[in-house]
Design a protein around this ligand. Structure first.
Ligand code: AMP
Length: 493
């Protein structure tokens, strides 16, 4: 067995090395140095330990707040498990996660507590109030030494395909993610900053560990959410800023018409498709500061990555890909018989490595369907090219099978988005007695059917063209900005 590893070690190292430098900021305001953050986390850990045994789940339901950083480290120091809950969920969905994880308590911001408290099955602790500050009066706990397979985070998946499940992530999994991030995506130092613009319950929160390890400032916007102008202003006031953003957030940044402040270093994007057209516009506005990750809660932020340098390619196939396998991760594409397919062939993407979860919390059936023969079955379809760039097609259940041919919605969406009248597009299959399924495109924008047909005939095979175009004001999205295809399918009856 290797050396015991606890994610708390990332903070321990930062404090030893960068002690009195600023660590946590609310907007432009410095709240704590690294020494103070370490001290607060260990005091809070001691308070937690009075009530909660190692291994207990502690939920956190809050818009982005600076306290989330100390809460994560305190829970890890106490050898408990964080259960971050997306604050944009309906209180009923939050309760489902609290119940599913059998969390012992939930730390909630005043805003979320007001909605959650009446329905919560467990005590709701208010973040930031006088009782919260009381928790820091305990004497600090000694930094822990934890077996790396110990659970650190129950990561609830976004549930675009149904009820959300808790991916069990250990200290080892998140350490592997940390190392891969620093190796492949962004290599910050103590003069850099991480701006938490996307929800800290998911991607942005996962990135706390690599940036803390390097002593990069943790900056939480005062609004607690993503506001493009606030984000760009903050980038200008913190040196070497990096952030994880969902593709829709990048579109909103581009929409401001502003240029990148010089201090904006890296935007890491992922979690949903970034169309080539949109990516090129973003690079034209902000320069070559982008890196893409493809991952899922089950292999957090880490399956493949399109590195910053890859974005300089003038090959649209590379820009439209999700990059190459990440450091320490083996990725394969399997055909229907479960064996790897040749490059260029489409199949299900699987991966393995230290970053992959050990299973779903309390859900052996889902675990058995997802972790097979030592591989994580992602449910995503894709193909490798000769150089190892992976192109994601769609989730296996989103593939449209029309007249026996597989049609990958993403390809049709990419082509539609090249039309100047199309702002957003989402392609789904609708049941059809003759074809099995037919392609239907939901479109935000203005263009008539004949125009779109002609546009697509120049770009993709005839049989892939939508049989119907439905113009809509907007596309239904979940709170991560992912389009809810099941809702669009339901509209088609
Ligand atoms: P979640 O676990 O909720 O983050 O959802 C993960 C899913 O989001 C993956 O299985 C993919 O279907 C999708 N996804 C993640 N990263 C990307 C990306 N870079 N491009 C397209 N889709 C992505």
């Amino acid at each position: 067995m290797g050396r015991p590893v606890n994610l708390f070690a990332t903070l321990d190292q930062a404090a030893a090395r960068f002690g009195d430098r600023g660590a946590v900021f609310r907007g432009e305001e410095q709240l704590h140095t690294w020494n103070q953050l370490r001290d607060r986390a260990l005091r809070l850990a001691a308070s937690l330990r009075r009530t909660y045994a190692p291994g207990q789940r502690i939920a956190i339901a809050s818009e982005n707040r600076a306290e989330i950083v100390e809460l994560f480290y305190a829970v890890w120091a106490a050898e408990c498990v964080v259960v971050p809950v997306n604050f944009k969920l309906h209180p009923r969905e939050m309760v489902q996660i609290i119940e599913d994880s059998s969390a012992a308590t939930v730390f909630a911001s005043p805003k979320i507590a007001a909605e959650l408290t009446p329905q919560s099955p467990v005590v709701v602790e208010l973040i930031g109030g006088p009782d919260y500050e009381q928790l820091f009066t305990a004497s600090p706990l000694a930094p822990p030494s934890t077996d790396p397979s110990t659970l650190a985070w129950l990561f609830y998946t976004s549930g675009t395909t149904g009820r959300s499940k808790g991916a069990m992530l250990s200290h080892r999994n998140l350490t592997a993610m940390t190392v891969a991030h620093l190796a492949d995506i962004d290599s910050p130092d103590e003069n850099c900053s991480l701006l938490h613009a996307a929800p800290m319950s998911h991607g942005s929160g996962l990135y706390i560990a690599p940036y803390v390890l390097r002593g990069a400032r943790q900056v939480v916007p005062a609004s607690g959410a993503f506001d493009p102008d606030e984000f760009l202003d903050l980038c200008a006031s913190h040196s070497g800023s990096s952030a994880f953003l969902a593709p829709t957030m990048i579109q909103r940044l581009v929409g401001t018409g502003r240029h990148a402040p010089a201090a904006l270093r890296t935007i890491v994007y992922g979690g949903g498709p970034m169309y080539v057209d949109g990516l090129k516009k973003a690079m034209a506005a902000f320069g070559p500061i982008f890196a893409q990750i493809y991952g899922q809660g089950e292999s957090p932020m880490t399956i493949t990555g399109l590195r910053r340098a890859d974005h300089e390619s003038d090959d649209d196939a590379i820009l439209g890909s999700v990059g190459t396998a990440r450091s320490g991760v083996e990725v394969a594409v399997l055909g229907e018989d479960g064996t790897p397919v040749e490059s260029g062939q489409i199949g299900e993407i699987v991966c393995r490595g230290d970053v992959v979860m050990s299973g779903y919390w309390n859900n052996p059936d889902a675990t058995r369907d997802t972790l097979k023969h030592g591989w994580l079955y992602t449910g995503d379809m894709g193909s490798f090219d000769q150089q190892g760039f992976l192109t994601l097609r769609d989730r296996s259940k989103d593939v449209v099978i029309s007249g026996g041919s597989n049609i990958y919605p993403r390809e049709v969406e990419e082509a539609l988005l090249e039309h100047p009248g199309v702002a957003e597009a989402c392609v789904v299959g609708a049941p059809d007695p003759e074809w099995g399924e037919v392609v239907v495109a939901f479109i935000v924008g203005s263009a008539d059917d004949a125009e779109l047909d002609a546009h697509l005939l120049d770009r993709i095979a005839r049989f892939k063209r939508p049989k119907r175009y439905v113009l809509v004001d907007d596309l239904p999205k979940n709170s991560y900005g992912k389009v809810l295809k099941r809702e669009l399918r339901a509209r088609l009856g």
